[in-house]
Design a protein around this ligand. Structure first.
Ligand code: AMP
Ligand code: GLY
Length: 420
């Protein structure tokens, strides 16, 4: 079959790599792709947030199946446009993707189905929001309701920080995404990510992961999109996962179906776990980036069969074929990230690295110029490895990094420290 993946980061490189291992894939196109993806698949350039443009391209190129990577096309209704045109698609409708696009919506769903999560309130009026925060005290969590590229959340340790965050968000710092502010109780515990597929009814867990959000070793410094991840997450034991399924995920899927907006796609539940009890932090309507890279490394070619079954409503007949393995990805970023950084520095040594089912460098932000690979974003490479143990995956990933020649790159030395 002809397959189209939308997106151009490390997540989509990993999806492309896994899909290509499945003999069902005859032709793979990724839009827009990047320099790493271009080495294994065709890349195409059109507006992936424009449903009509995506449908037009898919019809023109006889695409049988579309996999949507990032949240923006989901929120823009690209899945709906494809479904209306009769094209098979992996990725929820815009109505279902509200589980990521609106934090207040997710909290409403949690309340409706009894899923454990932080106590919360929503405001459009700054004075009312301030009064609420003053009554609750710090620490407290302030969030822009809408999509803000991971930047719309402030975990405020003091009242002053909380009040400043309210002013920022309702003052327009996030545009329409900040028209409403969601204020949450601060939850203590350890965070982990739980990934399930749902076809609207059946729920199939496909893996757990933990990521490192801070730029610096020891989880210090500013927040980023994620500096590394590993799978499985030891804190998400079978028991905790079963609890999360029973109390949070399955009730959410049932509530979405009950409302006539069934959730079909991958649901990424960010959980806070304390004393073995999971509570929901947030949902994402897509694979995490870089969590997807470690999940794909572990799933390999069966990822395509699972995504197809999910899109076709056949998840009840599927099972994941688990290897008892571990995967780790280490993000190499451009110096200065998550602040301002330069583009264009040359990355050497990539062609000398062995790449196989245990070693892969996924490109997140690269560009080919002449015969060279150059940095073209904040997060640039995802150096990913698999092993029988997490320690082995760790040794393999850092072994690859040692052979990459990129003086302008920075990365964390301690990915996986909690689990190692
Ligand atoms: P979110 O975008 O909602 O996942 O928030 C980003 C990060 O903020 C999460 O990954 C958590 O580390 C933190 N966070 C969000 N909500 C809470 C909460 N209610 N309590 C503690 N930490 C939170
Ligand atoms: N790594 C976190 C995310 O993809 O949202």
């Amino acid at each position: 079959m002809n397959i189209l993946i939308l997106g151009g980061g490390g997540r989509e490189h990993a999806l492309a790599w896994a899909v290509l291992q499945n003999p069902k894939c005859d032709r793979l196109i990724v839009a827009p792709g990047n320099a790493g993806i271009d080495m294994i698949a065709e890349c195409a350039d059109f507006d992936i947030e424009d449903g009509e443009a995506v449908v037009g391209f898919a019809v023109e190129e006889s695409v049988d199946f579309v996999i949507i990577g990032p949240e923006a096309p989901l929120a823009a209704g690209v899945s709906d446009a494809l479904a209306a045109a009769g094209i098979l698609v992996f990725g929820p409708s815009a109505a279902a993707a509200r589980l990521e696009a609106s934090k207040a919506f997710t909290k409403e769903i949690c309340d409706a189905c009894g899923a454990p999560t932080a106590a919360w309130a929503r405001f459009t009026d700054a004075d009312a929001a301030r009064a609420y925060v003053e009554a609750q005290g710090a620490p407290i969590v302030i969030k822009a309701d809408g999509l803000a590229a991971g930047k719309g959340v402030v975990v405020a340790e003091t009242l002053e920080q909380a009040l400043a965050a309210i002013d920022d968000i309702l003052g327009g710092a996030f545009g329409a995404a900040g028209a409403e502010v969601v204020i949450e109780e601060f939850m203590a515990g350890e965070e982990a990510s739980f990934f399930v597929l749902s076809d609207g009814e059946t729920v199939l867990p496909i893996g757990t992961a933990q990521d490192h959000k801070r730029i610096g070793d020891g989880d210090t410094g500013p927040n980023t999109g994620g500096m590394g991840a590993y799978s499985p997450a030891p804190i998400l034991s079978d028991e905790v996962a079963e609890r999360a399924l029973a109390q949070i995920v399955r009730p959410t899927i049932a509530e979405m179906a009950r409302r006539g907006t069934p959730y079909r796609g991958v649901l990424y539940a960010g959980l806070m776990i304390e004393n073995g009890e999971p509570r929901l932090v947030e949902y994402n309507a897509r694979f995490g980036d870089p969590e997807c890279q470690v999940l794909m490394m572990r799933l390999g070619g069966q990822a395509l069969d699972l995504m197809l079954a999910c899109a076709e409503g056949r998840l009840a007949e599927m099972a994941v074929n688990w290897a008892d393995d571990h995967a780790m990805t280490v993000v190499m970023a451009a110096k200065g990230y998550p602040g301002s950084y330069a583009k264009g520095s040359v990355i050497g040594g990539l062609d000398r690295l062995r790449e196989d089912s245990h070693h892969m460098v996924f490109h997140a932000g690269t560009k080919a110029v002449g015969g060279t690979i150059r940095a073209n974003g904040g997060r640039v490479l995802n150096v990913t490895a698999r092993g029988a143990t997490l320690a082995e995956a760790h040794a393999r990933a850092y072994g690859m990094i040692d052979r990459i020649d990129w003086p302008e790159g920075v990365y964390r030395r301690d990915i996986g420290w909690r689990a190692l």
